[in-house]
Design a protein around this ligand. Structure first.
Ligand SMILES: [Zn+2]
Length: 487
């Protein structure tokens, strides 16, 4: 990506009284004046924001419509280097919800260096995808200084000045074609929010929006040469849901470090390894999220389409290869959480019927109906109607053909998800489950509920096939975990 220097209209900065060329530019200049002065804003090359906040876990709620769980964020430090088109965020996260992998003050670092997005991994910085890089480039301008600088840049265009609900709005298109809408408060003339379009592989075409509130004079260490008035509260929304909120206690222009990084390219290889657990029953592993394949007399059924389109299509291809004479007809979805449902659109595009708990039905109807025009995924390229079967209440849904029956039922009382199901092959004494019991997890807060369901239903189990963890387990393994963690 080409680096650009911001070249505001210098003549207007130097000669007071010179009006802006268009009403749109006038609004952007007014917003700069409201933040301190046009000159001070124009001379800004970067800013460091520090504070605390919350980040929300999209797609990990108890039911598809419930509030999102969140991490408490401390030591938030966001460095924005507008001049070099770089930024870096580091923050410490603490889990506030029940999970098998709780975090306490765990540091997270990620950012953008020009055209490269990166995330800190165990062994250093790992490069993220081009799509993430484009999103993070846009995030540089989801800041009142950033968007005003972009609007003043002579390579950008500003158009379509309008009024919306007491706010003035203007569209700003950057040289690379990315479009932003800047909203300016009708009274204070402070930037009130910035919105841009984003593609999300689950949600499709969505609006990414940052709201700026509680403007106050900046007074952090180092300070701006001229004092600027900047927001104290940042709220980030994705597709209408709040995904992060930060309270800024310090913003300075003081020494932004060199934010250039060297990042290792990430491997995008998808591995699928099949392990035959019993005759016609396979554990499809190879990632952090596994699937299972069950052969019936007349068809094949998959349990779980997790993680991504790429993973699910690879799992489907592998499954078909294992038993090419029978049609792959069903996919059982254990629960709506995005990491376990991210392949459902791909599975629908391959003609599979989804079996899930009725609690998740409208979620999947919405998921399949969503617009994916910014990027076209497998379902957008090959539209198919949603075929869905549901497990009703606490009833058992039976999928059967020939001598084999798969009993699918809700894990009652599981605080991980209200609509989570397990699947059981009674004759073979095999139980399939996910997130309730994951061998090797650092915590197992949902294992006791699973064991209670097994005991209540008097299920006889020789093998548990968990869809997380190193491999199959036994009922003894589950009992041992519950014993250790207490009920
Ligand atoms: Zn889950």
């Amino acid at each position: 990506m080409k680096r650009r220097k911001y070249l505001p209209i210098v003549s207007c900065v130097l000669f007071v009284g010179c009006g802006a060329a268009t009403p749109e530019l006038q609004l952007i200049e007014d917003a700069a004046e409201a933040m301190g002065s046009l000159r001070a804003v124009s001379e800004t090359t970067g800013v460091v924001l520090e504070g605390s906040g919350r980040t929300y876990r999209v797609g990990q709620n108890q039911t598809p419509r419930a509030d999102l769980p969140y991490y408490e964020i401390e030591n938030y430090r966001l460095q924005l280097d507008f001049a070099n088109q770089r930024w870096q965020l580091r923050q410490d996260r603490t889990t506030t919800f029940l999970t098998g992998s709780p975090l306490f003050g765990v540091r997270q670092t990620y950012g953008l260096d020009g055209g490269v997005a990166y995330d800190e991994g165990d062994g250093g910085m790992v490069q993220a995808s081009d799509r993430v890089a484009a999103e993070r480039w846009a995030e540089l301008y989801h800041n009142p200084l950033g968007i005003v600088l972009l609007g003043l840049d002579e390579t950008s265009t500003a158009s379509n000045l309008r009024e919306e609900d007491g706010e003035q709005a203007v569209d700003i298109v950057a040289a690379n074609g990315t479009q932003f809408t800047l909203y300016v408060d009708g009274e204070t003339l402070h930037p009130s929010r910035v919105a841009s379009a984003r593609y999300d592989s689950m949600l499709g075409d969505v609006t990414y929006e940052t709201i700026f509130e509680d403007y106050a004079e900046s007074g952090g260490l180092g300070g701006f040469q001229a004092r600027l008035t900047l927001p104290r509260q940042y709220t980030i929304n994705l597709g209408g849901d709040t995904i992060a909120e930060y309270r800024v206690t310090s913003d300075t222009q003081a020494q932004i470090g060199d934010l250039s990084v060297s990042a290792e390219p990430a491997s995008d290889e998808v591995m699928v390894e099949a392990e035959e657990v019993a005759d016609g029953v396979w554990h499809l592993k190879g990632g952090s999220h596994h699937s299972a394949l069950i052969e019936f007399d007349e068809f094949l059924a998959l349990i779980e389409a997790p993680q991504s389109e790429a993973r699910t299509l690879a799992v489907i291809e592998h499954a078909r290869g294992l038993q090419p004479d029978k049609p792959l007809q069903y996919v059982v979805n254990t629960h709506h959480h995005f990491d376990h449902s991210a392949g459902i659109r791909a599975a629908v595009s391959e003609g599979l019927t989804v079996i899930t708990h009725e609690i998740n039905q409208t979620f999947f109807e919405d998921l399949v109906a969503r617009q994916h025009t910014i990027e076209q995924d497998a379902l957008a390229r090959n539209p198919q109607p949603l075929a869905i079967e549901t497990v009703v209440g606490d009833d058992v849904y039976e999928l059967s053909s020939g001598r084999r029956t798969l009993e699918i039922s809700r894990i009652v009382g599981d605080r991980h998800s209200d609509g989570i199901v397990m699947a059981y092959l009674r004759r073979e004494r095999i139980l399939f489950e996910v997130d309730a019991f994951s061998p090797g997890a650092s915590a197992s807060p949902f294992a006791a509920a699973l064991l209670e369901n097994i005991q209540e239903k008097r299920l006889r189990i020789n093998t548990i096939v968990p869809l997380h963890g190193p491999g199959v387990a036994t009922l003894d393994d589950l009992e041992e975990i519950v014993e250790r963690e207490g009920r």
